[in-house]
Ligand binder design. Sequence first.
Ligand code: PEP
Length: 246
Amino acid sequence: MGYLIAGNWKMNGSIAFAREITAALKAKAAHAPKATVALCPPAPLLAEVAAALKGTPIVLGAQDCHFAEKGAHTGDVSATLLKEIGCRYAIVGHSERRADHGETDALVQRKAAAALRAGLTPIICVGETDAERERGETGAVIARQMRGSVPETATVATCVIAYEPVWAIGTGKTATIADIEPVHAQIQALFAEAGRASAGLAILYGGSVKGSNAAAILACRGVSGALVGGASLDAEDFWRIVTACP
Ligand code: PEP
């Protein structure tokens, strides 16, 4: 099973930044990376990045999508349009969207289903907050989010799960092997719960992954890649993560 390293730029970047970083990554990607590498820029930069990545093995992802194919949803972007513009992936249920926009598991599930219908691979994010972790609720939160956010139509071939402990996102705090491995095993078991095959399910880890800690994280049992925020804004550090894939 191949590794996936996805860079989530969040609400960062500009046209000039997109040109600069894609040029740098394009040069690095000339040496056939072992992992699948995806960039998820803000929606207005998708076309720019798509054009810049043409002819490279680096693929494109969106940070969100709407659950409907089209219609009266001001400010939203459909999975169909994201597919047309060249996206392969769509992140759904990122903890920042769950927190900033009140996205529920049910909404995330509808978004993931829309991504699947459009032929995109949803990267469905789950993860507990610091308070939930302190209360010993990690397992319960992951179970609730997995059961509520993964659509029935998802299979190992068509969807990716990202375990992103909220307390580790953008904080510089990284989870240890003891934090990561049991949750990844639980995610795989929960995926199988609905009667699906779960062997080979891609489960990314996300939370302050950077060049200096990537090798240790990517070597964890059950980790098949990383969802990278801050470090994906630096071509050198991002590529260190790509090359750390075992
Ligand atoms: C993320 O945005 O998914 C993320 C993991 O961010 P960071 O790498 O900055 O913690």
